[in-house]
Design a protein around this ligand. Structure first.
Ligand code: DAT
Ligand code: MG
Length: 148
């Protein structure tokens, strides 16, 4: 089963949207296999956003993601990367579809509430940046036969 890394960024925590955002992923049927509430170090932020190094928004991105606590989680499910990206909506909130997290709850690209891995390969790298293998909890959900 596929896994992906999701972050609720500092704006999500400050706006007290953690419960609403987690609920959207749970309601879809994605399984939480790890979760932690942390303030990211600059080192972790630079590793997490290494792919964006050199871009005009990179410094702002690192300073924003380290500006306050975040929620990091690993979600598991069929095509978890794609399903999560769909629930998040497009990077730019003005392009994110209504019904998506960004489309419904955010207005500014620099504060778009959530991160989700963009490929299975990147998901595995990103998960390892945040969680040890022992922190990924193996269990079955009671409703597993009803989600597919
Ligand atoms: P996503 O978060 O949808 O995967 P991304 O990986 O392209 O988007 O960029 C990472 C984050 O960087 C994004 O969530 C918000 C910020 N960002 C991207 N493009 C930006 C831009 N043109 N100006 C300001 N911030 C930007
Ligand atoms: Mg991305």
């Amino acid at each position: 089963m596929e896994r992906t890394l999701v972050l609720i960024k500092p704006d999500g925590v400050q706006r007290q949207l953690v419960g609403q955002i987690v609920a959207r992923f749970e309601q879809k049927g994605l399984k939480i296999v790890a979760m932690k509430f942390i303030k990211m170090s600059k080192d972790l932020a630079e590793r997490h956003y290494a792919i964006h190094k050199g871009k005009s928004f990179y410094d702002d991105l690192v300073s924003f993601i380290t500006s306050g606590p975040i929620v990091a989680m690993v979600l598991e499910g069929r095509l978890a990367v794609k399903q999560t990206r769909n629930l998040m909506g497009a990077t730019r909130p003005e392009e994110a579809a209504p019904g998506s997290i960004r489309g419904d709850l955010s207005v500014y690209t620099g504060q778009n509430l959530v991160h989700g891995s963009d490929s299975d390969e990147n998901a595995q790298i990103e998960i390892a940046n945040f969680f040890t293998p022992a922190e990924l909890v193996e269990y079955d959900l009671a409703n597993k036969d009803w989600i597919g």
